[in-house]
Design a protein around this ligand. Sequence first.
Ligand code: IPE
Ligand code: IPE
Ligand code: MG
Length: 239
Amino acid sequence: MDTDEIKNLPVHVAIIMDGNGRWARQRNLPRVEGHLVGMESVRDVVTTTRKLNIPYLTLYAFSKENWTRPKEEVKRLLEILEIYLERELPLMMENGIRLNILGDIRDFPKRIQRKLQETMEKTKRNKDMWLNIALSYSARKEILQAAKTLAEDYRRGSIKRINERVFERYLWTSGMPDPDLLIRTSGEMRISNFLLWQIAYTELYVTEILWPDFRKEAYMEALKEYSRRDRRFGRVKEA
Ligand code: IPE
Ligand code: IPE
Ligand code: MG
């Protein structure tokens, strides 16, 4: 793969995969078609991430708020999730990819919960890349559940100190580095309740490209742009 122009790759990439509905609408297709083609983009991006040896990829697939969409769309999205898990397991096994879910998986029907657990179990010895998929995800809920569990542990005396490092252990991303780069497709300039704690110093990249069209070339472009950024973390640029 041509990575000559990319000097410093991120360690953790997070993506808000947006624009499936608009993609379908532009073609006079039902929204679900956008979600189906979007699955191909997921495969492209996952494969590229692995090939580039980027060890963490986090994909926002379904937010807590997305449950308020029309019943039919939610139903189709759940079907697509099942197809995805079924179809992509061999790819995860062949490529040493470990699946991890961020979010309230108990919100899903039992069958999907079992499928998610099963896939996490089957891939848990894979060591080359973490694939986090955010499902029924809400960053505020993640932070709140962390605070609740932490408060409980503190009360019981199993933790003595509360600081950022300790707090992070209670997040669903526990043990993982924060994202270096956050990509959002389809042009919206917002975070939509994604990884609020973890993106404190993440580089943001928004592209007009709709998710079903976001393939390897577009991804490489984002990575190139990232490699040109000057990350200062509040410091003064060194002379
Ligand atoms: C992203 O595409 C997929 C999900 C949020 C599940 P959208 O369905 O939000 O597509 P737009 O934003 O309506 O185009
Ligand atoms: C964000 O997209 C969630 C996902 C990509 C899964 P939305 O389409 O739900 O976000 P808003 O409604 O435009 O903020
Ligand atoms: Mg959207």
